[in-house]
Design a protein around this ligand. Structure first.
Ligand code: NAD
Length: 250
């Protein structure tokens, strides 16, 4: 494995499971020092042990990305622990309730917007401040195919992910000349614990929506994410990149 992230410090939210876990593992395997930030500290610590036993370097921090003060502390923890921040993946997210807009509760709406959209603003605000201190960096925001197309019974999730794509473009423009690249990734449905609540029939239905004939894997999303974070992507910023088995090509 090429150690092209050697010397870099990475901050990954929602890193204790699914896509974030795969991103954290790949970053560590390629030489980055990784802060595994998650609501579930036990699971984050467990991943840190796994990374360390594979020869990597990582530290865990508890964070609720919907809480400004906790996000500020988690980014500060990263810099206090490893001295700086080079790359960040704002990945933590939830599925939220399934209901048409008219039946969606205010509470359900605010929860999804807080965790899937406001969190990306909070995170980028503190991450960018650190990256400016060292003259640059790279951020990937985990959106979804639902950042560009809609899905039934998911008004808050669809709105949040469209917002993440817009915020990504906006931040990329603002910091293009400061050496900070900001991109978004749009996975199709990926086989992670996020889909655990989906009943078998619906799960099979989701598979058939992907022309590739299967759901995506976390490792495939991580591979794209690492490319976007890497120096090989030096001219890529302000853009939204799909990894969706041709879902949105139809
Ligand atoms: P997952 O449920 O496997 O992992 C999400 C992680 O985020 C968990 O470890 C969870 O503890 C953490 N988390 C949840 N709320 C948090 C909070 N408030 N603060 C901090 N951490 C929190 O989910 P996943 O499928 O790996 O999803 C990761 C990201 O990818 C999400 O943003 C999701 O919207 C997006 N995504 C997922 C899919 C999919 O089909 N699985 C598709 C497109 C996009």
């Amino acid at each position: 494995m090429t150690k092209d992230f050697a010397g870099k410090v990475a901050f990954v939210t929602g890193a204790a499971s699914g896509i974030g876990e795969a991103v954290a593992k790949q970053l560590a395997a390629r030489g980055a020092k990784v802060v595994v930030a998650d609501l579930k500290l036990d699971a984050a610590q467990k991943l840190v042990e796994t990374i360390k036993s594979a020869g990597g370097e990582a530290a865990a921090v508890a964070v609720d990305v919907g809480q400004i003060d906790q996000v500020e502390k988690a980014v500060k923890f990263t810099v206090d622990t490893y001295g700086k921040l080079d790359v960040a993946v704002n990945n933590a997210g939830i599925g939220g309730d399934a209901a048409p807009l008219g039946d969606y509760t205010f509470e359900g709406w605010h929860k999804v917007i807080d965790i899937n959209l406001n969190s990306v603003f909070y995170s980028m605000k503190y991450e960018i401040a650190e990256m400016l201190k060292i003259g640059g960096g790279a951020i990937v925001n985990m959106a979804s195919i639902l950042g560009s197309v809609a899905f039934p019974n998911a008004p808050a999730y669809v709105a949040a992910k469209h917002g993440v794509v817009g915020m990504t473009k906006s931040a990329a423009l603002d910091y293009a000349k400061k050496g900070i690249r900001v991109t978004a990734v749009g996975p199709g449905f990926i086989d992670t614990p996020l889909l655990a609540a989906v009943p078998k029939e619906a799960y099979d239905g989701l598979t058939s929506l992907h022309p590739i004939g299967r759901l995506g894997k976390s490792e495939e999303v991580a591979a794209l994410t690492l490319f976007l974070l890497s120096d090989a992507a030096s001219n890529i910023t302000g853009s939204y990149h799909l990894v969706d088995g041709a879902y949105t090509a139809q």
